[in-house]
Design a protein around this ligand. Structure first.
Ligand code: PAF
Length: 280
């Protein structure tokens, strides 16, 4: 496995891979890798012979009060995990490589970024779409892999790729969960045992919501149940809980064939998000 820090080295590696007939699967990450990331590498390996992982804690997607400074950066462990998982290249750029002095161009997806994570974290998606766009320009993969856990993120990226005619496939892979049901996230490392138990209210509420959906309950009523359940958990601050359209992410007024339940809360200073897709 090669580890490079410069854009020129990534381009050279990808050019060589493609000229030997390989297609490139790309997994953009912020490191602190867990089994969710490794499942993305596994999915990419099933379709592509050349696997590129980027590890970059992107400052433009964090607000000043958020956890940029304390975000975990276990470099050697991450590289070992990538090597064992079968990545061919890890791109590990410095901040100045991704944002040289004077950088002033951003990519914005409007509308889809207004609600939910976009409302709670203003500017977050502007940072995400800008850095993901830059990474796509650098790596030029045939496909990129994202987790369903960040449902709004993958929807926003799909929209960007469609709107800007980017020549790659976006693949969304299922959320990986710990045995207790908590959706895997690098931020789970911040949780104490008690906070972790409290955070399980998200997956519990989603399970209850799913039962109601299959009994034919209207989406707005389910949204209320989700909000009550999460809101009733001591030590948990509800950010949002809704049953929404899978494409527009607007709250569903009435039942259709499909829905996505989106939930988010804060436990102490740690934000947790989760979601579930429901079919009629
Ligand atoms: O999901 C993440 O880890 C990040 O938002 C991403 C897509 C790597 C962009 O920094």
């Amino acid at each position: 496995m090669d580890v490079v820090e410069s854009i020129a080295d990534v381009r050279r590696w990808v050019r060589n891979a493609k000229s030997s007939g390989k297609t490139v699967g790309f997994i953009p990450t912020m490191g602190a890798l867990h089994d969710g990331h490794l499942s993305l590498i596994e999915a990419a390996k099933r379709q592509h012979a050349a696997i590129v992982v980027s590890i970059f804690v992107n400052p433009t997607q964090f607000a000043p009060h958020e956890d940029l400074q304390r975000y975990p950066r276990p470099r050697e462990r991450d590289l070992e995990l990538c090597r064992n998982a079968g990545a061919g290249l890890v791109f590990y750029p410095a901040v100045e490589t991704m944002y040289p002095p004077g950088s002033s161009t951003f990519v914005e997806v409007k509308g889809l970024t207004d609600r939910w994570e976009g409302a709670i974290r203003p500017g977050h998606f502007l940072g995400v779409t800008t850095v993901v766009n830059k990474l796509f320009q650098i790596v030029q993969p045939n496909a990129a892999y994202f987790g369903q856990k960040d449902y709004q993120q993958q929807a926003v990226i799909k929209r960007m790729v469609r709107d800007l005619d980017m020549p790659l496939e976006i693949v969304t892979c299922p959320t990986m969960r710990d045995a207790d049901g908590l959706a895997m996230s690098s931020r789970n490392a911040y949780l104490s045992a008690d906070q972790r138990r409290a955070g399980l209210c998200l997956s519990r509420a989603l399970a209850e919501g799913k039962k109601l959906w299959h009994r034919g309950t209207e989406p707005q009523e389910i949204s209320q149940v989700l909000q009550q359940q999460i809101g009733a958990e001591p030590e948990v601050h509800l950010d949002y809980a809704t049953v929404a359209d899978v494409d527009t992410l607007e709250p569903l007024e009435s039942r259709g064939m499909m829905a996505v339940a989106l939930v988010a809360c804060r436990v102490g200073s740690t934000r947790l998000i989760d979601n579930d897709l429901w079919q009629s």
